[in-house]
Design a protein around this ligand. Sequence first.
Ligand code: 13P
Length: 262
Amino acid sequence: MKTYIIGNWKMNFTVGESSLFLHKLLQRVRSYRDIEVVVSPSLMALQSLSLQTDRRKIKLATQNFYHRDFGAFTGEVSIAQLRSLVDYAIVGHSERRYIFNESDKDIRAKVAAALRNGLTPILCIGETDSERTFGETADVLRDQLLGGLSEVSAEEVSKCIIAYEPVWAISGHDKAAKVASPLDVKDAFALIRKILKETYGKETAEDTPLLFGGSVKSINAESYLLLEDCNGLLIGGASLIASEFTDIIEIAKRVKDANAQH
Ligand code: 13P
């Protein structure tokens, strides 16, 4: 399986700045067959960046979309309208769940819409700080995972990517965001694989990529990538710094090569 290094730019950069930043990345990023590099700019920049990017090096993801394909939905953009621009779609990000009140129902409809339109959904799941404190992590992960996948056929589950992003570890809103220890992430990954295995079988569980996201930087990327179950990273703040993002890609390649030798 490839290792996924995905940059979520969130609501940063103007269209012009996005283009300049992509230009910088395209000059610096080396393409490796076993590392999939993806960036997710704002919706506004997707059209121009899709023409600018070299998809063999850097693919694009949308940060959001509406689950219906066409119709009277003022102000919305559908995945059917975006499908020629992107290869991936982020779904269920905690910022959409908690700031924009997206429900599990919205999220499962989006996962299904992405697959229906031939794109790979990146389903984000993760517990909040208080859920963690009250020992609810396992229940939250189970509910968000199975809730998000409930309109997907068992055969299609491995076409989705699952990103574990504990809300307490995401920088940006919570100034006191903590850094997740590799052990925290290892336990969550083990649980997610177990739920996938019990629900969809061993093969699907093993074939579904699991990513980690939350305050990932070049200094800690390796500690997560070394985890047996880790198939990549979803990066926010550090993906806005070209040297950080490209360093993380190189770290992922080193870990991949080292694993291949064992
Ligand atoms: P940070 O890497 O800035 O913590 O953001 C993580 C994230 O939300 C990626 O989707």
